[in-house]
Design a protein around this ligand. Structure first.
Ligand code: PHE
Length: 365
């Protein structure tokens, strides 16, 4: 068969090939190591130069023609394969993307954010103090005498170290030392909340050795009990998102406030569950103790170097974990700190859902 006839046959075979394998087979037959066009090219080497110069262009042209035809066919087949898959496979970009696993915000962090939002709206800044305190800031400056029961070993975690002033180091038992630190560092007036961890040697279903409190402190001229009551009422209504929250102020005692006021909130029993709202004196209702507060004792104000005749104020301390339990309906405090992911998945909050007053501080994801 002449070379022209073989080329015509090869080009026809390439044209007729239905897949990449068939094209590859033709390439091996022609341009492969043992292919006949490769053999023809090789045979040029054995020719005398004159003959080679005559024969070479035709063989090179053949090789080029077949190589071009194979490349073109491969391109056509690839394109056809792409078109076929585009026609058969559909990708709907309007479908929601599959959920990727993400962490959740712990209810304690959520509630602290909610409180910061509510108090920021009333002009309170957030203050912080150390969790490892000295007994002067935790007790002495708060007018808690040496004999006070909270100072006892069985209530407080002490360190063997000695404090700079010569006293003892301990894990703070409440957030109240932040009152002292803030008054001393910034003077008056003061309007702060101080959320954080506190520690007591206590452990049962409703007490964990570590828990969370939020302290509030206002120091200014002419501050009185009415300001305290309004602030607490406004805060609790915003936090529980109920206008019918009723407070009962009960005389109490804390060494660092005078007078001291225990604050109860009214609740109703609904299917055996306590639901906040309404007066606790109504039939079927009751009062629940919620927080401690009072007018800052003038001895404390004096201790921080301020003049108690010029500056007065109020303070309060609330359990953050308890607020979270009441608002979001958990009943075992210990589960808060077990780190069980099933609990966190159930009670956690979306990290993208920031509490705001306008959208509802406690909007659930
Ligand atoms: N520190 C007190 C406690 O832990 C609470 C409190 C704070 C009371 C501020 C009055 C004023 O029980």
């Amino acid at each position: 068969m002449s070379n022209e006839a073989r080329i015509a046959e090869t080009l026809a075979a390439i044209d007729a090939a239905s897949d990449a394998d068939a094209v590859e087979a033709i390439r091996i037959e022609t341009l492969g190591k043992q292919g006949w066009i490769s053999a023809a090219l090789k045979s040029l080497g054995a020719m005398p130069p004159e003959e080679r110069a005559k024969a070479a262009p035709a063989i090179q042209a053949m090789r080029q023609q077949v190589a071009d035809a194979i490349a073109a066919k491969k391109g056509d087949l690839d394109e056809a394969a792409l078109e076929a898959s585009l026609a058969s496979e559909t990708l709907d970009l309007s479908l929601p993307a599959p959920e990727t696993p993400k962490g959740s915000v712990h209810p304690v962090s959520q509630v602290m954010d909610e409180l910061a939002e509510i108090f920021a709206d009333m002009g309170f800044a957030v203050a912080a103090g150390p969790e490892i305190e000295d007994d002067w800031h935790n007790f002495t400056a708060l007018n808690m005498p040496e004999s006070h029961p909270a100072r006892a070993m069985h209530d407080t975690f002490y360190f063997p170290d000695t404090a700079p002033e010569g006293g003892r180091m301990l894990l703070r038992t409440h957030t109240s030392p932040v009152q002292v630190r803030t008054m001393m560092s910034q003077g008056a007036p003061v309007r702060i909340i101080a959320p954080g961890r506190v520690y007591r040697s206590d452990s049962d279903a409703t007490h964990t050795p570590m828990f969370h409190q939020i302290e509030g402190l206002v120091i200014d001229r002419g501050i009185h009990l009415g300001h305290l009551k309004w602030t607490l009422e406004t805060f609790l209504k915003a936090f529980f998102e109920r206008q019918d929250i009723v407070l009962r102020l009960r005389p109490s005692y804390f060494p660092f406030t005078e007078p001291s006021v225990e604050v109860d909130v009214g609740f109703a029993l609904e299917n055996g569950k306590r639901v906040l709202g309404g007066s606790g004196d109504e039939p079927g209702h009751g009062w629940m103790e919620l927080l401690g507060s009072g007018m800052v004792n003038r001895r404390v104000i004096e201790m921080t170097g301020l003049d108690p005749d010029e500056w007065q104020g109020f303070a309060f301390g609330v359990g953050v974990d308890r607020l979270a339990m009441l608002k979001y309906g958990m009943d075992d405090l210990r589960a808060f700190f077990d780190g069980d992911v099933r609990w966190l998945r159930h009670y956690g909050f979306s990290p993208f859902d920031q509490p705001t007053l306008s959208a509802g501080v406690g909007a659930r994801a």
